[in-house]
Design a protein around this ligand. Structure first.
Ligand code: IPE
Ligand code: IPE
Ligand code: MG
Length: 252
């Protein structure tokens, strides 16, 4: 449980791990008769606003879905501009992210089509911020939940783990960034209501909210609306007893 404290004492309970499917950039641009890539460009302000709001609110884990394994199907020109925009953002915001104590990780990142210069800048950012502990920001980039599960299976086989010793806990230890806690709250903007291959293992018991707002317009006030919705949910984890509210702790 993470508590938000003020001079008045504990004022609210926050999810430990919030994950965002940042959707709607293309529609944001279309509404303005702009090319889709203008929406990706405008998304940067939302990303930085949400990182800072989440960090200052005391959310310890924030994950952002930036590029899926399926997004490679998009026109080459759009993919190319996306890669350039991500590189520009990584270089521009690295000092501020580090100064604010944000540990940055990139989940996925295995496709050889990712430009080497981008891989270098991302590696530098991860190294620079690796000792930070205020908040862990996981950017899911060239990410697919199914691929992570297949990779975990391969890793278990390579480690010669006997079948009867494969439990949910041992399996989870073979996932990338296995220290990441389960997701408590997923926010998918733009009104779309699907998972799109996002952190499939980790969202097993997440609460979901689907605000209509398109990602480039998503700001701190929208985040707080989502956090309010989360607080009103009863989490039962399959049990029938009164939920343990928004703490993410399973009933014992
Ligand atoms: C999300 O916005 C960004 C990425 C998937 C990279 P979209 O580009 O999917 O925007 P819509 O869904 O077409 O509006
Ligand atoms: C999911 O959005 C991936 C990201 C937000 C990075 P998409 O827009 O690619 O998902 P679909 O195609 O609508 O499911
Ligand atoms: Mg989309």
């Amino acid at each position: 449980m993470v508590e938000l404290r003020s001079a008045m004492g504990v004022v609210s309970e926050l999810p430990c791990h919030v994950a965002c499917v940042m959707d709607g950039n293309g529609r944001w641009a279309a509404q303005r008769s702009l090319p889709r890539t203008a929406g990706h460009e405008a998304a940067e302000a939302a990303v930085m606003d949400i990182i800072e709001e989440a960090r200052s609110a005391g959310i310890r884990w924030l994950s952002l879905y930036a590029f899926s394994t399926e997004n490679w199907r998009r026109p080459a020109g759009e993919v190319d501009i996306l890669m350039r925009l991500v590189r520009r953002a990584v270089r521009k915001h690295a000092p501020a992210l580090h100064a604010r104590g944000v540990r940055c990780r990139f989940l996925g990142m295995s496709d050889p089509r990712i430009p080497p210069a981008l891989v270098r800048d991302i590696t530098d950012l991860m190294t620079l911020t690796s000792d930070n502990r205020q908040m862990t920001l996981t950017v899911a980039f060239d990410h697919g939940g199914r691929r992570d599960i297949v990779e975990a299976a391969r890793s278990l086989i390579r480690a010669d783990v006997p079948a009867e010793q494969v439990t949910e806990a041992t399996f989870a230890r073979h996932l990338p960034y296995s220290d990441t806690p389960d997701v408590d709250l997923v926010i998918r903007t733009s009104g779309e209501q699907r998972i799109s291959n996002f952190m499939l293992w980790q969202v097993a018991y997440a609460e979901w909210v689907f605000p209509q707002v398109l990602w480039p317009d998503f700001r701190a006030t929208h985040l707080w609306e989502c956090l309010d919705a989360y607080r009103s949910r009863q989490r039962r984890f399959g049990d029938v007893r009164q939920s343990t509210a928004a703490t993410g702790e399973e009933p014992r």
